[in-house]
Design a binder for this molecule. Structure first.
Ligand SMILES: Nc1ncnc2c1ncn2[C@@H]1O[C@H](COP(=O)(O)OP(=O)(O)O)[C@@H](O)[C@H]1O
Ligand SMILES: [Mg+2]
Length: 183
């Protein structure tokens, strides 16, 4: 099991980018009354057919095949299942992939979210031209940001400049703090 959910999130988002996506959505939803945590990543990459989805979810296949087929998805599935939850992949070839994971928020084995701020910033630094929409919701309150809106304000300035990244870092940090999601 990976020590932090943010590492799983990074892996799933990188999968989308590797599949040629230029738009990514990340939803993190916490429902304290229901005691559930749900993480969804949608990408507009090349997608997978049913057979590929099955292979991607199969740890034996992944390890055997070696290069190009890792354990990212099986590991995340295992974490979800251990934490009284589940995992689903929905995809359409040439169109999109939606990976969704949910688990019991208070499960003793649930990894902490980890550093979501750094995860998002390193994604932006690595791929500044990608459109990224992030929505983090806890019960009735939500925090969101959209790089398309930020880019409109910036004009020709890249997202990956120190000043912009500094401002983004502050925005994400305070947004998550307001939601009390810093575990
Ligand atoms: N979002 C996605 N879009 C298209 N193909 C994907 C996506 N996610 C995973 N895959 C396919 O499933 C394989 C396994 O993914 P993963 O378990 O994360 O291991 P790795 O990324 O190390 O190959 C990938 O190599 C890729 O072929
Ligand atoms: Mg991967």
């Amino acid at each position: 099991m990976m020590p932090e959910l943010s590492l799983h999130i990074m892996d799933i988002m990188e999968n989308g980018i590797a599949a040629g996506a230029w738009h990514l959505d990340l939803f993190i939803e916490v429902d304290t009354a229901e005691d559930r945590l749900k993480i969804t990543v949608v990408d507009n990459g090349k997608g997978m057919d049913t057979e590929m989805i099955e292979k991607a979810m199969d740890p034996l296949f992944s390890t055997k095949k070696g290069k190009g087929w890792g354990l990212g998805i099986p590991l995340f599935m295992q974490t979800a299942e251990t934490c009284d939850g589940g995992f689903s992949i929905e995809s359409k070839e040439g169109s999109y992939t939606r990976v969704s994971v949910e688990m019991r928020l208070s499960h003793i084995d649930r990894p902490p979210l980890g550093n979501i701020t750094d995860t998002l910033l390193s994604l932006i630094v690595g791929h500044p031209e990608i459109d990224l929409y992030v929505m983090v919701k806890k019960d009735g309150t939500k925090y969101e940001f959209d790089t398309r809106i930020i880019r409109e304000i910036l004009g020709d300035v890249s997202l990956a400049t120190p000043q912009v990244l500094g401002a983004l870092e502050e925005d994400i940090q305070s947004g998550l703090k307001e939601l009390d999601l810093t575990d």
